[in-house]
Ligand binder design. Structure first.
Ligand SMILES: [Zn+2]
Length: 257
């Protein structure tokens, strides 16, 4: 493994991954101060990143750290032991530049906010915020790009899950919905309706996370349907859900009632 480091992070990487290693160092020089400001923290220790160009080597590394085989099949990045660990395909390495800033968001959120306030991780909020803050969805700042993203994500959603109770693994991403897309839409929706400051308060408040997380997908779909496409294909479900108690299981579209 080769090493690239400066005073804030240290990257260990397979020699074929030089390009992404250099780009990551540059991105994190920008992101780390942003995160410090956002969480109101000062990071004392160096951020450690491990990039593997071999999938099996990556999986062995993680399973070794965990002492088990709990790594999901689809996982290409983790933040075990407060390190960013990734398998990177060398041919398309630059597509993964934002993975490190995404995982780093999870690390800092867990360590400085959740653990300090004794709050359990809520996956949709953590994943949504990581996508929002990491820079990976920068393109979607453009309204028209986001509209296209939303319509596509909705099309792929066959079942509307209750995001508040979802955990990672099969439940979060499957052929019926993509939990990452839905989480991003949910956080983006919150950002639009309550603003940046209130959203910042929510992430460290378990009660509010629960309150805002109730039926978050259906609420955000409702909001963006009105805003973008006048498409009311979920309107039956919305009416139905309006009359339901919270914490119902996931609702399968079409065919329920
Ligand atoms: Zn993530």
């Amino acid at each position: 493994m080769k090493i690239l480091e400066n005073n804030i992070c240290r990257i260990e990487y397979s020699s074929t991954l030089q390009e992404i290693a250099e780009a990551t160092l540059k991105l994190l020089e920008k992101k780390i101060p942003e995160y410090e400001m956002y969480f109101d923290i000062k990071i004392e220790e160096k951020i450690k990143i491990n990039y593997f160009d071999d999938l099996q080597e990556f999986r062995n590394f993680i399973n070794n750290l965990r002492n088990n085989n709990s790594l999901p099949e689809y996982a290409k990045g983790t933040y075990d032991n407060d390190m960013v660990n990734c398998y990177i395909e060398k041919e398309s390495q630059m597509e993964r530049v934002y993975t490190a800033s995404h995982e780093l968001f999870h690390i800092l959120y867990q360590k400085y906010i959740l653990e300090k306030n004794n709050i359990d991780r809520v996956v949709w909020l953590d994943e949504g915020m990581a996508q929002l803050m990491s820079g990976e969805k920068e393109k979607l700042q453009d309204e028209e790009e986001f509209r296209k993203f939303y319509i596509n994500a909705k099309k792929q959603t066959k079942t509307i899950p209750e995001l508040g109770s979802l955990i990672h693994g099969q439940q979060f991403c499957n052929e019926k919905y993509n939990g990452y897309y839905l989480s991003y839409i949910a956080v983006r929706y919150l950002l639009e309706i309550i603003g940046k400051e209130e959203l910042k308060k929510i992430i460290s408040n378990a009660e509010k996370i629960k309150e805002y997380g109730n039926k978050i997908v259906i609420k955000s779909f409702n909001y963006y349907d009105k805003k973008y496409c006048n498409d009311d294909s979920f309107s039956d479900e919305i009416n139905y859900l309006e009359n339901l108690d919270f914490d119902s299981d996931s609702i399968t579209l079409k065919g329920k009632k």
